[in-house]
Design a protein around this ligand. Structure first.
Ligand code: ZN
Ligand code: CU
Length: 524
């Protein structure tokens, strides 16, 4: 028996949370063939790992790599972190379905065109195109709702609700692992709890999880957790809370209670889990600072309201009243703009931009949104370290980057994205495991592999075991760390030596090999 490859002299962290052990791992084809203390068989290739850590390839529990594949298949910013699988379609946003009433989803990369209408067609387009990382897709509620209802801020009619259910079932039957909501993003935000319970009930018969970017992650965090739990309970589906956090100083500390609510729900038999990225700043489209009511009708309608003297003034007041008291503006940093003319704003905070423009903060914010026709991204430094650590240490929290693939070259090398795009996994292993000892190495790896695989029902990934798909990451626990910062995010981390996806080496000696080896994984 000759294997394709054997990793020798390695410390195996197997993804279960069990302590590491010295051993060897053999790969044949796209599978792990053998795991033991000593492998006698030969191999076409042997890699001496010099005592580094070998673990299952990391699973990004919360990814926005929905359409980046059509402009750059490499998945660079993720494979360099050791990520081999991503859970996409998050925060209510997926590129499909796109069947009718609504404007086409804004999550496409610049210049991309829609080439599908149903979810199944989208997955086939991904497959035909090729993906650098395994994709585990969710369907987004915004896509369901915009296809059936458009951008109206109202309850769906009976027929429209039927249509949403029909589209949900189509997605689940095509391979979606569940559906996600983005309850601060229109049109997902236009749904009431009852609508989501109805959809959950429909999903219940087909399997799948309910992943949610909750309605409020600030002072009303606990109400939001209550809503998520209620949807799980009444809809009879597992609940997964996305990027769990308490944002804004007034909300700091609330995660203690929210995590207790999750424990309580679990003790009553409801399956609730979370994910988290390891930063005190969040990031999203800057238009999210505008109150939900002004988004009705979609982007053009929102833009018209911002420009309208009367409505614009009313919105400015609402935004100022909300942001002002919590010292909001100085915590906001612009990450990307669409036009050359405002490039100066990238990497700067709002007060600095305002003083450059000679405007008040709220006027500067509105000017950017109007100038860029809403194409502005921002980061918000709203969290505190204590909360981040408390959430991270909780037993049902897994790691997710909340970002799409970027690269330091090619078409995805734009803007100054939140550094989580490049740094999430190495940061947990370097800063929170090695330096601050918030987690043990084995527990951290479990939160990046076995726990996430179990959550999604992936039975052939996430562990180092014979018969599992050969998704493998080898890293140096003494040097692994993120390099990306808010000022200079476009930097790959260090300390990740080898990354293998489906038996194909995609990172070798810390550099990518250029191989495209991911697969679209459909729920069976
Ligand atoms: Zn989100
Ligand atoms: Cu997200």
């Amino acid at each position: 028996m000759v294997y394709d490859l054997i990793f020798r002299n390695v410390r195996i962290v197997d993804g279960t949370g069990a302590p590491w052990f010295y051993g060897e791992v053999a790969v044949r084809g796209d599978e792990i063939g053998e795991v033991s203390y000593k492998i006698d068989a030969g191999a076409k290739r042997v890699i001496d790992c010099k005592g580094m850590i070998l673990s299952p390839g990391f699973i990004d529990a919360h990814s926005h790599s929905d359409s980046c594949w059509f402009v750059d298949k490499r998945g660079e910013s993720k494979i360099r972190q050791g990520v081999t699988t991503e859970v996409t379609g998050q925060c209510g946003a997926s590129p499909a379905p796109a069947t009718g009433k609504g404007e086409s989803p804004s999550i496409l990369e610049e210049g991309e065109e829609l080439r599908w209408s149903t979810f199944g067609e989208y997955l086939s387009a991904l497959e035909a195109n090729g993906v650098g990382i395994n994709i585990v897709p969710l369907v987004g509620h915004s896509a369901l709702r915009s296809s059936a209802v458009g951008y109206d801020a109202r309850r769906p009619t009976g027929d429209e609700l039927q249509e949403m259910k029909h589209l949900l079932v189509e997605a689940l039957s095509s391979g979606a692992f569940g559906f996600s909501t983005g309850l601060i993003y229109p049109p997902s935000s236009f749904a009431d709890t009852e609508e989501l319970i109805e959809l959950a009930k429909t999903m219940s018969a087909y399997g799948g999880i309910y992943a949610t970017h909750m309605r409020n992650e600030g002072k009303r965090l606990l109400e939001s957790v209550e809503e998520a739990i209620r949807i799980g309970r009444e809809g009879n589906v597992p609940v997964h809370i996305s990027h769990h956090k308490a944002s804004g100083e007034a909300a700091w500390g609330l995660v203690k209670e929210s995590l207790a609510m999750i424990d309580e729900a679990r003790s009553q038999g409801l399956d609730v889990t979370c994910d988290q990225y390891p930063y005190i700043a969040s990031a999203t489209g800057f238009k999210a600072i505008i109150p939900s009511w002004a988004h009705e009708g979609g982007s053009q309608a929102l833009l018209a309201r911002l420009k309208d003297p009367e409505t614009g003034a009313r919105l400015k007041k609402e935004v100022q009243d909300y942001q002002g008291p919590v010292d909001g503006w100085s915590k906001m940093l612009i990450t990307s703009v669409a036009s050359e003319k405002n490039k100066f704003a990238e990497g700067k905070r709002i007060p600095e931009i305002a003083s450059i423009l000679g405007l008040s903060e709220v006027d500067a914010a509105f000017k950017l949104l109007i100038d860029e026709e809403l194409g502005v991204g921002y980061a918000n430094f709203g969290m505190c370290e204590e909360d981040v650590k408390m959430v991270m240490a909780h037993p049902v929290v897994m790691i997710g980057s909340d970002s799409s693939c970027r690269a330091i070259d090619g078409p995805l090398a734009t803007g100054k994205p939140h550094p989580r795009a490049y740094g999430t996994f190495p940061r947990v292993l370097g800063k929170y495991v090695r330096e601050e000892k918030v987690l043990t190495l084995e527990n951290a790896v479990f939160k990046m592999t076995g726990m996430t695989a179990t959550r999604l029902g992936l039975t052939d990934r996430g562990l180092i075991r014979p018969g599992m798909k050969a998704d493998i990451t080898v890293f140096d626990p003494d040097t692994i760390i993120d390099k990306a910062t808010f000022e200079e995010p476009n930097q790959y981390p260090v300390g990740i030596e080898y990354v293998m996806i489906n038996g194909v080496m995609v990172v070798e000696n810390g550099d990518s090999t250029g191989e495209i080896a991911g697969r679209v994984i459909r729920r069976k």
